[in-house]
Design a protein around this ligand. Structure first.
Ligand SMILES: Cc1cc2nc3c(=O)[nH]c(=O)nc-3n(C[C@H](O)[C@H](O)[C@H](O)COP(=O)(O)O)c2cc1C
Length: 307
């Protein structure tokens, strides 16, 4: 039996670890370092209906224990992703999750329609929480009615399970989680980045071109953990958890909070082998804490959560 195996709607993963959207492109760069088949899954960069150039520079900044980004969903557009990016991933056996973004409900629906039947796409991650786009962006993820409508509309056209990516930039993440669950989501993914900013000391102006950006990296790990715990306490839907993960210990901690699988983002920029390191270290950490298998851990944790 594979102790690291985890099952989620549409995803039978040899291990729970996946590089997350925006931090691994479409896998080309990472594949030069290691065989992507070793990953549980990969969540590819956001797909929007039309190509996007993203925001003007500067759009990244260092912060203590993390970074700020305001990339603005730069991507070649869903048709180009289908034409030139997804075929590359056919050679690997890891699952592929397509991250979907848009400026309007119609945008999301059309993008999902185009990509959902692609044989290399196992599940969809609906990004309703990007803080770095002017139109829509965060509004989709902070208003429960809009989150409901968007999820429902996407579920009507999606042929693959839909994981809705929740924003941490809300007063109560449970409100949005409930709305999205009612709309028919198959699972959650959380968290996206936290809204933050830095000043340019020379110009006395905000450092990033669009003033604010998304905070990610180890600094946000305790926030992610708290939100995963809260959402898993009110819903039985599976959670792909992310936010500041950089070790096997972090991954197990998130699973103890209720996650079924774990995404790794900013840590890839510091150590591009980090996903492999985490996968290799998981058995040792599991032994240390008396965890027989990740499936048994999930069942134990979930049975404690009352809904
Ligand atoms: C440079 C960068 C680009 C990102 N692009 C996307 C994106 O296209 N779609 C999305 O849903 N999240 C995007 N994110 C958010 C990450 O997927 C992840 O939710 C967040 O960074 C928290 O994880 P981390 O702390 O491990 O990086 C991006 C994050 C970074 C740092």
């Amino acid at each position: 039996m594979n102790r690291l195996h985890v099952s989620l709607p549409g995803l039978s993963l040899k291990n729970p670890i996946m590089p997350v959207s925006g931090t691994c492109g479409f896998g080309e760069e990472l594949s030069k370092l290691y065989d992507l088949s070793n990953l549980g899954a990969i969540i590819i960069k956001a797909a929007t209906l039309e190509p996007r150039l993203g925001n003007p520079l500067p759009r990244v900044a260092d912060t203590p224990s993390g970074m700020l980004n305001a990339i603005g969903l730069q991507n070649p557009g869903v048709d180009e992703i289908i034409r030139s990016k997804l075929p590359f991933l056919e050679q690997f056996s890891c699952s592929v999750i397509a991250n979907i973004a848009g400026s309007s409900l119609e945008d999301y629906v059309e993008t999902v329609k185009r990509i959902t039947n692609h044989p290399r796409v196992d599940a969809l991650e609906l990004n309703i929480s990007c803080p770095n786009v002017k139109e829509g962006g965060i509004a989709f993820g902070t208003d429960p009615h809009i989150a409901y409508q968007l999820t429902k509309a996407v579920k009507e056209v999606a042929t693959k399970p839909v994981y809705v990516k929740l924003s941490p930039n809300v007063t109560d993440i449970k409100v949005i989680a409930r709305a999205v669950e009612e709309a028919g989501a198959d699972g959650f993914s959380l968290i996206n980045t936290l809204l933050g900013m830095r000043m340019d000391m020379k110009t006395k102006e905000p450092l990033l071109s669009i003033k604010t950006g998304g905070l990610s990296g180890p600094a946000i790990f305790p926030v992610a953990l708290r939100m995963v715990y809260e959402v898993s306490s009110i819903s039985q839907l599976p959670i792909i958890a992310m936010g500041g993960v950089s070790s096997a210990h972090d991954a197990i901690e998130l699973m103890m909070a209720g996650a079924s699988a774990v995404g790794v983002g900013t840590a890839n920029f510091i150590n591009p082998w980090v996903c492999m390191d985490i996968i290799n270290e998981l058995p040792e950490v599991m032994d240390k804490y008396g965890i027989e298998s990740l499936e048994s851990l999930r069942q134990e944790i979930r049975s404690k959560r009352t809904v």
